[in-house]
Design a protein around this ligand. Structure first.
Ligand code: AMP
Length: 136
């Protein structure tokens, strides 16, 4: 399979690894939002959140917490964004599941979403909430 993250995991392409356990490796993003931006990558190939099994899905948050603490210490950043892009519509470019650990600094002015929608009414919010609950 022609997957760049599988090649990194196999050692065929170099990376700046910062963490490894039985399920994940984590390495520096080659084009960081800020220096110290880390990617947590399952060793097995999953496309994104939609096909990730419970084992990795449940374990990744603990790794994200550990790495968030390390990135804060290492970079002196003031905050962390944990981000996962799922499908092209959401900005996913590498189709091997991964979570971004992004250091953030007071006043860095980066915004995840610059335009927010508004619901017409609380009723409309209720209809949407019901639709999501029925889809669980
Ligand atoms: P996404 O848009 O969530 O799929 O993000 C993919 C990320 O992978 C981007 O931020 C890229 O900079 C990063 N990336 C792509 N190739 C490499 C690589 N060889 N080593 C490290 N990071 C990479």
């Amino acid at each position: 399979m022609d997957c760049i993250f599988c090649k990194i995991i196999a050692g065929e392409i170099p990376c700046s690894k910062v963490y490894e356990d039985s399920l994940f490796i984590a390495f520096l993003d080659i084009k960081p939002v800020h220096k110290g931006h880390v990617l947590i990558v399952p060793k097995k190939h999953f496309v994104n959140v939609f096909d990730t099994p419970d084992l990795e899905a449940e374990a990744i948050y603990k790794v994200a917490r550990t790495l968030s603490e390390a990135v804060v210490k290492a970079t002196g950043c003031d905050g962390i964004n944990l981000v996962q892009n799922n499908n092209a519509a959401a900005g996913q470019e590498v189709f091997h599941s991964h979570m971004h650990v992004i250091p953030r600094f007071d006043g860095d002015k980066l915004r995840f979403a610059s335009i927010h929608k508004e619901y017409d009414s609380f009723d409309e919010m209720g209809v949407m909430a019901e639709k999501i609950k029925e889809s669980l």
